[in-house]
Design a binder for this molecule. Structure first.
Ligand code: FMN
Length: 154
């Protein structure tokens, strides 16, 4: 099945975005014992996206097409708060942009009208705390890396 998307994904990742993506990918594979040479293992793990990583529920986040990027920005705020609210209730989440690359499949399955853009999914449920993948944590950028402080006179 060929996928289509409503929200174009980045053509490529450069600089720190590429580096962070690479590091979090390798840390994820390491947690699962998937070696760098094991392209089949990496592929198998990537396909987990389309099993919702075994989660029992998924929320589909959509935005009114006519709102364009403003709607996507609002969805980002919504997703962040959903993740935090779920965490506070002991519910684990995985934000998933990958399913938006098959918006045709998602739209058909959930009967989503054409005027709503599929932005991402949020798979959720109680975490399997015994599974090694759930011991994996991504690194965090420092405040200095993330924020540029300037005074009014600069
Ligand atoms: C909007 C958004 C979309 C994401 N899409 C995916 C995805 O499609 N597949 C995936 O494996 N991780 C995706 N991630 C990353 C995971 O949801 C999760 O953030 C990551 O495993 C690391 O956890 P952390 O949020 O604690 O850094 C996405 C994250 C965000 C915020």
């Amino acid at each position: 099945m060929r996928g289509t998307y409503d929200v174009p994904p980045p053509g490529r990742y450069e600089g720190p975005y590429k580096e962070r993506r690479r590091r979090s990918g390798y840390a994820l594979y390491d947690s699962l014992g998937i070696t760098r040479e094991d392209s089949e293992g990496r592929m198998r793990q990537a396909f987990e996206n389309y099993r919702l990583f075994g989660a029992p529920h998924v929320a589909i986040v959509t935005s009114e097409a006519q709102l364009g990027p403003y709607g996507y920005v609002d969805c980002g705020a919504y997703v962040a708060n959903f993740l935090l609210a779920a965490e506070s209730l002991g519910v684990a989440t995985i934000a998933q942009a990958s399913i938006a690359n098959f918006s045709n499949v998602v739209r058909a399955h959930f009967d989503i009208p054409a005027e709503r853009h599929v932005v991402c999914g949020i798979s959720f449920g109680y975490a399997d705390t015994e599974h090694p993948v759930n011991a994996f944590r991504t690194e965090r950028a420092t405040i200095a890396e993330a924020i540029e402080f300037r005074g009014f006179g600069d």
